[in-house]
Ligand binder design. Structure first.
Ligand SMILES: *Cc1c(COP(=O)(O)O)cnc(C)c1O
Length: 219
């Protein structure tokens, strides 16, 4: 199958899931995860009309996205991988949405870079819903205080929450937890669902799904 066909398939499955869950058509955004694929492999997705992309590494993104962004206007780039505070300057410069804010040090570094560059990428807090030690993200219990801290101490507006459920578990309860946490803290957006579970995520209220291999093929 060609990339265009796979992309269309994902789009129509999202639309069907929206419909089945009684959600308005177009309420879920597709973030096409292009990590490990080079500019040549990404261009067909842009040609097929895709504009929102996700990457998990700042340095890898710097090697392809400045050029791709110059070629086509309206590209929206999401950082979906862990961020080191010494990369906050590069992340603020390149990304439109940073989905992996998960600790004070990063929040502070982002706040000061956003001020310095007069640039305001939208921010999501990553929540480690499965409390997995190897995984990034703040613990669910610590999320409300952290979001309050970002808002009141740093003046950051937190637009969304993001999670990656444990690979071996049923993702539904994790998506439900993320939705509950967001509602409690007055956070609007929910980034959840990947190639294997994005339809489930739509049913649980995802406002964006991050789909890589189902579009670009195996990595
Ligand atoms: C790689 C990645 C994805 C996409 O995963 P697929 O299973 O290829 O769809 C989504 N979210 C994050 C955070 C990722 O790192």
């Amino acid at each position: 199958m060609e990339l265009q066909e796979r992309l269309n398939e994902v789009r129509s499955r999202i639309a069907a899931a929206e419909h089945q869950s009684g959600r308005p058509a177009g309420s879920v955004q597709l973030v096409a995860v292009s990590k490990t694929f080079d500019a040549e492999a990404i261009r067909p997705a842009i040609a097929a009309g895709q504009r929102i992309f996700g990457e998990n590494r700042v340095q890898e993104s710097q090697g392809k996205w400045p050029e791709l962004k110059t070629e086509t206007s309206g590209i929206e780039l999401h950082l979906i991988g862990p961020l080191q505070s010494n990369k906050a300057d590069d992340a603020v410069a390149l990304f439109d949405v940073i989905e992996t804010v998960d600790r004070e040090k990063i929040a502070r570094a982002l706040a000061s870079e956003m001020k310095r560059q007069a640039k305001t990428p939208r921010l999501y807090v990553q929540v480690n819903t499965g409390l997995e030690p190897q995984k990034a993200g703040i613990a669910p219990n610590d999320m409300p205080a952290f979001v309050d801290f970002c808002r009141s101490e740093l003046g950051l507006s937190i637009e969304g929450l993001m999670c990656i459920p444990p690979a071996e578990e049923n993702p539904g309860p994790h998506f439900a937890l993320l939705a509950k946490l967001a509602a409690r803290s007055g956070v609007e957006k929910l980034s959840m669902g990947m190639s294997g579970d994005y339809e489930t995520a739509v049913a649980f209220g995802a406002t964006s799904v991050r789909v890589g291999s189902a579009i670009f093929g195996a990595r």
